[in-house]
Write a protein that binds this ligand. Structure first.
Ligand code: G3H
Ligand code: 13P
Ligand code: ZN
Length: 331
């Protein structure tokens, strides 16, 4: 068993306390390879933003759990080398079993999500409480989820969104002892968050999605004041990246995300953590497709992964400065 504290990582408790007081949200960026990690760390160092490195079970299988542990430790050292002692949290994204959460905690994760949102309520409570009781022995923080996001939640496929019921949050938080709660107020995973028929079109013909349910968020805040809320599925799906991908042979159709101004508004509320994965995937893919198309003779991976890493870094800097408000929050 390795403690995250030995790796120089922190749990999310203090991060969320500061985010709540400062009215911003901590970015939770998913990663599974070196270039993504370099981009996240360098962007957060340059903008002085706390950060949550997020690993899904699929990412853990892809990258190997032992390598991931050393990569996270390397991220701490890399940040120091770049001149900033960033608070870095290593978080399991969408953990679906108690055993997976235990295994991650034993490998140095400082925070885990147990996603029982697809289970009947009492089963979600029981599973989440079991994870909390285990995790808290090691000072590892736990995120639970109530309500179901539309789209694909890792292995859990949710056909339709079921908004979080404010009536249930107080009971859930009390019974489980979770440290933060992911809620469903209209965000959704992936690059096609809404069907075109759910959207309107602006003057340029661009799809405009239905607004987030801030009324539900406000009611939840009223029921559990000062409790950290998490938003999954919060990519904005930048249309410039979608256009580059499609220009160079991609086939993304009707890709639409959550408008940035809505995330900006959410970040000033009790929302303390905002999850972004798809936007990073789009930024990398656009950069790589462009190199492949413009320089077809290129075959050194550094020549396409390098530009992809740079594009990712710019994207993450933009998120911390202009969307989440987490920039300049670290001494
Ligand atoms: O919410 C899901 C994340 O974007 C992770 O996706 O399971 O494909 O790694 P993944
Ligand atoms: P996006 O697909 O909107 O980036 O959401 C990522 C996420 O919620 C990871 O848990
Ligand atoms: Zn998610």
């Amino acid at each position: 068993m390795v403690s995250y504290k030995e790796l120089g990582l922190v749990n999310s408790r203090e991060m969320f306390k500061k985010a709540m007081e400062g009215k911003y949200a901590v970015p939770a960026f998913n990663f599974n390879n070196m270039e993504q990690l370099q981009a996240i760390v360098s962007a957060c160092v340059e903008t002085k933003s706390p950060v949550i490195l997020q690993v899904s079970s699929g990412a853990r299988k892809y990258a190997n759990q032992t390598l991931l542990r050393y990569m996270a430790q390397g991220a701490v050292e890399y940040a120091k080398e770049l001149g900033c002692n960033l608070p870095i949290c290593l978080h399991l994204d969408h953990g679906d079993t108690f055993e997976l959460c235990v295994s991650c905690i034993e490998m140095g994760f400082s925070s885990v999500m147990i996603d029982g949102s697809s289970l009947p309520y009492e089963e979600n409570v029981a599973l989440t409480k079991k994870v909390v009781d285990y995790a808290h022995q090691y000072d590892v923080t736990v995120e639970g989820e109530l309500g179901v996001l539309a789209g694909i939640e890792d292995d859990v496929v949710a056909a339709a969104s079921v908004y979080t019921s404010p009536d249930m949050v107080e009971d859930f938080v009390k019974k489980t002892g979770v440290d933060s709660l992911a809620i469903s107020i209209g965000t959704s995973h992936g690059a096609n968050k809404f069907k075109p028929e759910q959207c309107t079109r602006n003057a340029d013909g661009v799809l405009v999605p239905p607004p987030l349910r801030f009324d539900i968020l406000e009611e939840i805040e009223r029921r559990i004041p000062g409790f950290p809320i998490v938003l999954h599925g919060s990519s904005s799906v930048p249309q410039d990246k979608v256009s580059i991908i499609n220009k160079y042979g991609g086939a993304l159709k009707d890709a639409v995300g959550i408008p940035e101004e809505q995330l900006r508004k959410a970040a000033t509320s009790a929302v303390c953590k905002i999850n972004i994965d798809s936007d990073g995937r789009l930024a990398m893919t656009a950069a790589i497709r462009e190199v492949f198309a413009v320089k077809p003779a290129e075959f050194d991976p550094r020549k396409y992964l390098g530009p992809a890493r740079e594009a990712l870094k710019e994207l993450y800097k933009h998120k911390t400065i202009n969307v989440l408000g987490s920039a300049n929050r670290v001494e």
